[in-house]
Design a protein around this ligand. Structure first.
Ligand code: M6R
Length: 600
């Protein structure tokens, strides 16, 4: 949440910052700003709204070689020009951008800054005012910066300009992601390599509680004791075309369409030279040595975890619990003797999940992260990582990451099963290939699904998704997709649960989207559909070839019944996409949300 950039060098700083912010807009998009510095001082441009709104007010005539920028997802203070970053100290000497949350900002204000007139409602302003206060008390800037960092409780990725030093960007990180990018005669700072991949693919990772002095030709990392740290850069494996929309109107549609490709890539990446599915033997041992697996995740990744539980229990026969990360911290279940924790996170940065990771590591338990982001916080901090190989997912609504998570979980379950001599009665490589082909068929059925979306969702204010067994979990994901981007109130329910209360909400015309891909519950879910129809509901049944009946609205191709979520979710994603489109919603950047949820 929130994205920050910085640049120092000889090129067009404003444009590099603005382009970088455009790439980071998925992290937050309620306001944005940049600060650039030249011999006339620091020039701050900020605006409520999108980067395009900011671009419109940036003075093109300001020439500069150093600057910082920010795109905001509001935590403290409403989205407004006043609360947008950069923030400045009282005299205007220091200018700061910040991603994260300073938990003790109010305390610091009362303890140190009672004489200061604050102009924003943010926690961030406290940081920049403290730095100025300590400098006014006689400290060198670097000392004031360091001292301020030691006082902060919470998360931060910071970039600071000092009007009296046009040679340095002061940078620091704790819990929020931040990278320094290296160039020839320039250096950059970014929350995500994606922001600066146009100018460099060489990055240095920063660890928590590190600060960095970034000049045009040098990057000096220090810990908070002032000791210098040497760290080699790595090459960011990002293709600039991966992060462009190309001819697509929205990233979400592009990412939905990428799913067959991602599926094939995953099959390839997890196959050994003999064509067999393979996973690092240490991970397999960790799974086998555990007596219970705890899957921790949020949102769509949590929904993937629910399906993953089925894979692992049915194939590898290890008991699994699935928990929402934000609940787990204070609502921890009684743990088994030898737990293994699996964190599922597209971004690898979700703060709620990270808080659990830190906690269970302290308790001495082993951890595995399944993520799309190599080098992300959850990947770095867990004992083991499995990658999704889905390519950057930019739309806020997660699509290809979900199906990639399911595929990797299925592969993990299969490889563990094999290591335990449990025979799985199907060839997963072959079945995932069938899934990839089925995905293609579904991606080619957009016109029909658009029609369904219009027919069922054009005028409604709410919708229900029902399913039984594994279909129930896909219903949860379908409902999340729909509410997230179209703002239609949508809920997913186990088919049998409706009559225990929720059926009271069914009115004439209420859309009920029912999933029927499981033979064992096909008749029961159809019975639930009859119950809602008797009360006026407008049913949309999505079934699987072989289980379909005349009244069904859409039939998905047949795949192995355990793997149906990998394809039944695609009509859900497309239904949500078209519902949002028909309502003129901003599909890729829904209101109030951000892609990477880095605050707890
Ligand atoms: O990056 P993560 O997978 O950890 O993110 C978790 C959720 O924030 C995320 O899945 C969210 O629910 C999506 N926007 C849903 O489409």
């Amino acid at each position: 949440m929130c994205g920050i950039v910085g640049y120092i060098g000889n090129n067009d700083t404003k444009e590099i910052l603005l382009k970088g912010l455009e790439k980071l807009e998925y992290r937050g998009y309620d306001s944005a700003g940049i600060a650039v510095m030249n011999e006339k001082g620091v020039h701050v441009f900020k605006e409520k709204g999108r980067i395009a709104d900011l671009r419109a007010i940036v003075d093109e005539d300001v020439m500069t070689n150093i600057g910082i920028g920010h795109t905001r997802w509001a935590t403290h203070g409403v989205p407004s020009k006043m609360n947008s970053h950069p923030h400045q100290s009282a005299t205007g000497r220091f200018t700061l951008v910040h991603n994260g949350v300073i938990e003790n900002y109010d305390l610091l204000k009362r303890e140190y800054l009672t004489g200061v007139n604050f102009v924003s409602e943010t926690d961030t302003e406290v940081i920049v005012q403290l730095i100025e206060l300590f400098v006014q008390d006689g400290m060198e800037v670097i000392e004031a910066f360091r001292k301020t960092l030691t006082l902060l409780h919470g998360s931060y990725a910071l970039a600071l300009l000092d009007e009296q030093n046009s040679e340095t960007i002061y940078v620091a990180k704790n819990k929020s992601p931040l990278l320094v990018g290296l160039g020839d005669g320039f250096n950059v700072v970014a929350s995500d390599a994606m922001a600066m991949i146009q100018v460099t693919n060489q990055y240095v990772e920063l660890m928590d509680k590190e600060m960095v002095l970034v000049t045009k030709n040098e990057v000096t990392i220090q810990n908070l004791n002032g000791e210098t740290i040497n760290r080699a850069p790595y090459t960011a494996e990002l293709d600039a075309s991966d992060i462009e929309k190309g001819t697509y109107p929205h990233y979400m549609l592009k990412e939905i369409d990428e799913q067959p490709l991602v599926m094939r890539k995953i099959i390839q990446m997890y196959q050994n030279e003999q064509g067999k599915l393979a996973i690092d033997s240490e991970i397999i041992s960790a799974m086998n040595e555990s007596d219970r697996i705890y899957i921790i995740a949020a949102g769509t990744s949590y929904h993937a975890g629910l399906v993953g539980k089925q894979f692992i229990e049915k194939m590898a026969k290890i008991p699994v619990e699935v928990h929402i990360s934000s609940e787990f911290g204070y609502n921890m279940p009684l743990l088994s003797e030898k737990p293994l924790f699996i964190f599922i996170s597209q971004s690898g940065e979700t703060a709620d999940s990270r808080a659990v990771l830190v906690n269970v590591k302290e308790m001495g338990y082993r951890t595995l992260t399944i993520t799309n982001a190599p080098g992300s916080t959850l990947s770095r901090e867990a004992d083991y990582t499995l990658l999704l190989f889905a390519g950057p997912e930019i739309a806020v609504a997660s699509t290809k990451a979900y199906t990639a998570q399911l595929a990797v979980l299925a592969i993990l379950a299969e490889v563990v099963a094999e290591s335990r001599n449990i025979s799985v009665d199907f060839d997963l490589v072959q079945e995932l290939g069938i899934v990839a082909n089925a995905m293609e068929v579904l991606c080619d059925s957009k016109e029909i699904i658009e029609h369904i979306s219009r027919e069922f969702l054009a005028v409604t204010r709410n919708a229900f998704f029902i399913g039984r067994g594994i279909d129930y979990y896909v219903g949860l994901e379908g409902a999340l997709k729909l509410k997230e981007i179209s703002y239609i109130q949508a809920e997913g329910f186990a088919g049998g649960e409706l009559k225990h209360g929720t059926i009271a909400l069914i009115e004439e015309g209420t859309p009920v989207i029912a999933l029927a891909t499981q033979e064992s519950v096909n008749l029961s879910i159809r019975g639930n559909v009859k119950e809602v129809v008797a009360r006026g509901a407008n049913p949309c049944i999505i079934s699987m070839n072989g289980l379909n009946m005349d009244e069904d609205s859409f039939v998905i191709p047949e795949v192995h019944d355990l793997l149906t979520p990998l394809i039944s979710v695609i009509p859900m994603q497309l239904i949500a996409y078209y519902a949002a489109l028909h309502r003129d919603c901003d599909v890729d950047k829904p209101r109030n949300l951000a892609k990477s949820v880095t605050v707890e």
